[in-house]
Ligand binder design. Structure first.
Ligand code: ACO
Length: 331
């Protein structure tokens, strides 16, 4: 197979569990208020997986919608990359579980990728490189999170921010030049691991009775510090990609940022000197769904007509690691 030309998003899909948890409901169980959450983060509600509903189940719904949107069948997919920090199991990869539940061929290459909230952009870049090599035909890239399973519901500084959901995209090759993925910028501040992490349960600190008592298996976050790095990382990722391709920010029709905090998105808008109308925002309804955040937003943006043929779209994210990334796409 010769090396294909452009790598394009052929279809998208998303899924959120039916259960909606409002700020007002949270205020019944922890010392918080709708007003605090709304003004500090912009979040009004989030979706929470049903008992027994696994990350892989949510991913399957999003994937089916993306494959249908791409007008392809399961037989067309030969690569599956799943970005997640909430795999069904520590081992094996959730991608293998999804392959089976979805009914993909056993000849489909399957792996998970952990770049937290930047995970979808990392996975998109990886998929495009693998498709661009000509060795794979169609990739299914999924960002899925069941963060409700790893947040400490007694910690008001974190639990109000997160939600569950899944988003997916199907990637293929195109003969048409200058469309699809134009470029990416990925990076990480590896010296900031302890700003946002789960201390227990890994090989460094396997589960013990003490680790359970210490609640070490839940997300720990230094919110203020993460906020500063989030703005810095997303600005850097946005600036670098635009400079690399000599594209002025005002040519971007729509920015799809990671949906963590409205104030972070407003800071990026100010930095890029773009009006907020150029930013897709749905965190009010989902909260922060980590790796699922950008593909859910991308799917909603496409389906609501916010992305038109020829448009330039900028995806930009940051997350635990602390990772950051951007991707520039022409439709
Ligand atoms: N309800 C009421 N009060 C609260 C709550 C709450 N849910 N949470 C914290 N507070 C209190 C604090 O205890 C503090 O009280 P104190 O002054 O008496 O100590 C006060 O509110 C102010 O807290 P701040 O930390 O100053 O609030 P801030 O304005 O920084 O907002 C927030 C906090 C929303 C966490 C912000 O820092 C933030 O968004 N940070 C980035 C976090 C983020 O995006 N993380 C996701 C990373 S993505 C990933 O990889 C998973």
């Amino acid at each position: 197979m010769s090396s294909p030309r452009s790598t394009v998003i052929l279809g998208t899909g998303s899924y959120a569990p039916a259960r909606v948890l409002t700020n007002a409901e949270l205020a019944l169980t922890i010392d918080t208020s709708d007003e605090w959450i709304r003004t500090r983060s912009g979040i009004l509600e989030r979706h929470i997986a049903a008992p027994g509903e696994q990350a892989s189940d949510m991913a399957v719904h999003a994937a089916q919608r993306a494959i249908a949107d791409a007008k392809l069948t399961l037989a067309d997919i030969d690569l599956l990359i799943v970005a997640t920090i909430t795999p069904d199991l520590p081992m094996p990869a959730t991608a293998c579980i999804i392959q089976h539940k979805l009914g993909l061929s056993t000849a489909t290459a399957c792996f998970d990728l952990n770049a937290a909230c930047s995970g979808f952009i990392y996975a998109l870049d990886t998929a495009c490189a693998m498709i661009g090599s000509g060795r794979y035909r169609h990739a299914l890239v999924i960002g899925v999170e069941k963060l409700s399973a790893i947040v400490d519901w007694s910690d008001r500084t974190t639990c109000v921010l997160f939600g569950d959901g899944a988003g997916a995209a199907v990637i293929g090759a195109s003969d048409q030049p200058n469309i699809g993925l134009i470029g990416t910028k990925l990076g990480a501040y590896g010296d900031c691991v302890d700003m946002l992490f789960i201390p227990g349960g890994g090989s460094n600190a396997p589960a013990t009775t003490a680790s359970l008592v210490n609640r070490d298996h839940f997300i720990k976050m230094k919110g203020k510090e993460v906020f500063k790095y989030a703005v810095r990382g997303m600005e850097e990722a946005a600036r670098d990609i635009l400079e690399q391709h000599s594209i002025p920010a005002n040519q971007i029709a729509l920015v799809i940022p990671h949906q963590a905090n409205l104030r972070i998105i407003e800071a990026i808008a100010q930095y890029l000197e773009l009006p907020m109308e150029r930013f897709f925002v749905n965190l009010d309804r989902y909260g922060n769904t980590s790796a699922a955040s950008i593909p859910i937003a991308l799917d909603e943006a496409r389906r609501s007509g916010r992305i038109k043929s020829g448009d330039l779209t900028l995806l930009v994210a940051f997350g635990a690691g602390l990772t950051y990334g951007s991707a520039l796409l022409r439709w």
